[in-house]
Ligand binder design. Structure first.
Ligand code: SF4
Length: 196
């Protein structure tokens, strides 16, 4: 069982804002209140999709998502960016693995605010465990989702550290602290299982 209090304390020590909701619905309501009259970009995120965040935010913002007909370039330049994380350590590190780079690029510089929306399934006790989950749970499931021709996509069971041309794991970004070049970074924790 994740220690959410410890996670929040350690994230806040590292300069991240945090919020916590029992349900995805409550978190979506909160984000809909927080994000208005701006441009909001989305990273490829099953969590955001399951929560219907694009549909919730599009009426009151310019919402940009390549899963909804937008371009990657538009989304990464939005004022506000929403993504999830592949693993978050209770010690406070946020881990994302990316293939194209848009999702991690948008979290590193230039946004007024970045939200990481995470279900409790993304939380691991420490850095090593969070990296393990990113590599062996999140990435294989994502490779399977997109139908990549990689060994992990066959069963979605673990990482085989492949050298496939379709390898989706090309860059690893670990946020140790809030980036100086981003206005605010907030981790929105949801007490439900969301995404991979
Ligand atoms: S490195 Fe290859 S085998 Fe491992 S998760 Fe990524 S795509 Fe799958």
């Amino acid at each position: 069982m994740a220690d959410v209090a410890k996670l929040r304390a350690n994230l806040e020590k590292r300069g991240f804002l945090t919020s916590y909701f029992e349900t995805a619905r409550q978190a979506a309501d909160y984000l809909t209140e927080q994000i208005r009259d701006t441009t909001v970009g989305f990273g490829g995120s099953v969590t955001a999709q399951q929560m219907g965040l694009y549909e919730r935010l599009a009426p009151s913002n310019r919402a940009l998502w390549h899963w909804q007909g937008g371009t990657l370039e538009q989304a990464v330049q939005a004022e506000v960016y929403i993504t999830s994380a592949n693993g978050v350590a209770e010690t406070g590190e946020i881990i994302n693995i990316d293939g194209t780079g848009n999702r991690v690029a948008a979290t590193l510089y230039g946004r007024k605010k970045v939200y990481f929306v995470i279900g409790v399934n993304k939380i691991a006790p420490d850095y090593d465990a969070a990296l393990w989950r990113a590599r062996n749970i999140a990435s294989p499931k994502n490779a399977q989702r997109i139908g990549a021709k990689t060994p992990c996509a066959v069963k979605g069971d673990r990482c085989y550290n492949c050298d496939s041309p379709e390898r989706i794991c090309r860059g690893l970004v670990v946020l140790w602290e809030k980036m100086k070049g981003v206005g605010e970074m907030e981790v929105v924790i949801v007490n439900e299982e969301l995404g991979y």
